[in-house]
Design a binder for this molecule. Structure first.
Ligand code: 6R9
Length: 572
């Protein structure tokens, strides 16, 4: 089979034709699908939850299908609406007002989601944190955002330097097992249970704040990416077009809400579209994730290359033990999707895996493989309707097809960040003229498909050739011994840089000089001589962020013995 182009399957997709969908496209038309078009009022919590809870045909539908080791719950739209009303009443009682920052530092749980919507209902700004953050990471974020309130659990409290955060007025504790002092620390559950389950939602403006996601900079402190309610238009629309959500779908987005994917597509896209959303707590193993897909009869699955690569390594046999007959659509985000993984999806699941490209700063998907499109493995696809993308040089001039440059997006899509919190200079630095410049290096082919090369900082210059680490890593993992790979440029007096690869081995393979040479030759013959790594080092694991991104920057710092910079998002 020709794996360079995979045709679209026949299907009754929400969006049927790429070209016609882009013609005369106007975001204003999407807005009309929401009630605020009539009332002039908006709140994403209303559109995602209360609207369905008010609908007699929808209120008893399962909104949240939760499972974690030792806990399983099905929560309807009406129940989630009432719970979040109770949360909102407690927040209001403690004087939380429009625009205040309220942070969430707790495991993925039904309480998390009720709290998230409770925060939006009082028009405060939610700040979700990864549960695994240690003290410095928590401190940096609460300090920078000047959070007034934190919602957490007693287990996580020793990582919150409460005494050193003067602006932090209240800490709300879920599952407080003993009496708490009641002044600064609040027994949240007790107050929720005593609160009314009706609440007059705070109506806001489209441009009012909704969310801050901190994302790590390559150096220095993490930056607070600020999003407004307006973003929901794009969450809703991409949920329909790209995720292809329909009334009866059972959708599972595997991302943690500490990562933007876990809010834009783990919260907003599914619930704005009114579908059942599977949320799974606990750790990743191929078996437990396959079980989740089977048990809840998941129809649409949004996950990341790091997980997909682990499924590939876990082998085809394992897949045969499960029934995935209900699964109809798979998407990926966070890192380039290796062609090897797409081949696996076709072979083992009989499904195409659709790559999607976007960033914390962009708030929602921008470049994608729609279900109705041909897939070119290794390409992240084309811009969605209403979005224009290009490859530009450092002055913002558009480059012709097949030339590597900065991936840039024409300003003005609905879900674009509206600020970097407390840092206007940083915000400005993203833009050249009308372009938002992503910091990713890519090229566009003659047919308008975009091909990711690497973060600009990661592109390797070896003997005058520019090599993107992604293509080398993708080739490496096609070798049967290699499970994962991270590739960096290592300074070299003669060649400028040489390519150094860090790899992990699949079970059953032993390190040896012959094996390393075989792997090197595999890349050399499969890709090119200049892209073959001159050095290969075997590791037990490849350092990754909590959203599964290979931390090439860290590999490089280790290799060169340099300071490691901000490592708060490093997965342990
Ligand atoms: C949603 C998210 C953004 C960076 C982005 C790029 C990389 C994301 C990708 C991809 C290649 C894809 N990235 N999706 N690279 N192909 N489909 O990941 O946000 O955590 O802010 O990361 O991730 O380098 O610039 P965020």
């Amino acid at each position: 089979m020709d794996m360079t182009k995979i045709p679209a399957r026949q299907g009754n997709y929400n969006l049927k034709n790429y070209e016609t969908s882009r013609k005369d496209f106007d975001w204003e038309e999407i807005k009309k699908e929401f009630s605020w078009y009539k009332t002039g009022k908006v709140n994403a919590a209303y559109e995602a939850i209360d609207k369905h809870a008010e609908d007699p045909t929808k209120k008893d539908k399962i909104a949240l299908q939760y499972s974690a080791p030792g806990r399983e719950e099905s929560i309807t739209f009406e129940q989630l609406s009432k719970k979040s009303n109770q949360v909102a009443n407690v927040l209001k009682k403690h004087q939380i007002e429009k625009g205040d920052r309220v942070f969430l530092f707790m495991p993925r749980s039904p309480e998390f989601y009720a709290s998230f919507f409770g925060i939006l209902k009082v028009a405060a700004i939610a700040g979700p944190l990864f549960e695994a953050f240690m003290e410095q990471a928590v401190r940096d974020r609460l300090e920078d955002s000047e959070a007034r309130m934190l919602i957490t659990t007693p287990e996580l409290l020793d990582r919150v330097p409460v005494e050193e955060l003067p602006q932090l007025e209240k800490v709300l504790l879920f599952h407080a097992d003993q009496d708490v002092d009641g002044d600064k620390f609040i027994d949240f559950e007790k107050e929720i249970d005593n609160a009314s389950d009706s609440f007059d939602i705070e109506w806001v403006d489209l441009e009012d704040g909704m969310l801050i996601h901190y994302t790590s900079g390559s150096t220095g402190k993490p930056k607070g990416v600020y999003h407004v309610h307006h973003a929901m238009i794009q969450h809703y629309a991409t949920g329909k077009w790209v995720i292809d959500l329909k009334e009866d779908d059972i959708y599972w987005c595997t991302a943690d809400p500490g990562w933007v994917t876990g809010t834009s597509y783990g919260i907003f896209a599914p619930w704005l579209n009114g579908v059942t959303n599977v949320i799974r707590g606990g750790r990743f193993t191929p078996e437990s994730w396959y079980e989740t897909l089977e048990k809840y009869k998941v129809t649409i699955w949004y996950t990341a290359p790091t997980a997909l690569r682990k499924f590939v390594s876990a082998g085809d046999e394992l897949v045969k033990q499960y029934d995935f007959s209900h699964l109809r659509h798979i998407m990926s985000v966070g890192e380039p999707l290796n062609p090897e993984v797409i081949t696996w999806g076709e072979r083992v699941l009989g499904l195409r895996i659709h790559d999607t490209w976007w960033m914390t700063e962009t708030g929602a998907m921008l470049i994608v493989n729609l279900p109705c499109m041909e897939i070119r493995p290794g390409s992240m696809g084309k811009p969605i309707p209403g979005v224009d993308a290009a490859i530009v040089d450092n002055e913002g001039n558009e480059l012709p097809p097949n030339q590597m440059g900065n991936l840039a997006i024409k300003k003005g899509w609905p879900s674009m960040m509206r600020a970097i919190w407390n840092n206007p200079g940083k915000y400005e630095s993203y833009f050249i003229n009308d372009w938002y410049v992503s910091g990713d290096s890519a090229y566009m082919d003659e047919d308008g498909y975009f091909w990711f090369q690497g973060r600009l900082d990661d592109v390797i210059n070896t003997s005058g050739e520019r090599v993107g680490p992604f293509e080398v890593e993708s080739k490496l993992i096609e070798h049967q011994a290699v499970s994962e790979a991270g590739v960096i440029g290592k300074p070299d007096p003669e060649r400028g840089e040489i390519i150094k690869a860090f790899i992990t081995l699949n079970p059953g393979y032993e390190a040896s000089d012959e094996l390393l040479e075989d792997i090197r030759l595999f890349v050399k013959t499969g890709l090119s001589a200049h892209a073959a790594p001159r050095e290969i080092e075997i590791k037990d694991s490849i350092p990754k962020t909590r959203s599964g991104k290979i931390m090439r920057r860290l590999l490089k710092s280790w290799e060169l013995g340099l300071p490691t910079g901000d490592t708060s998002t490093l997965e342990e």
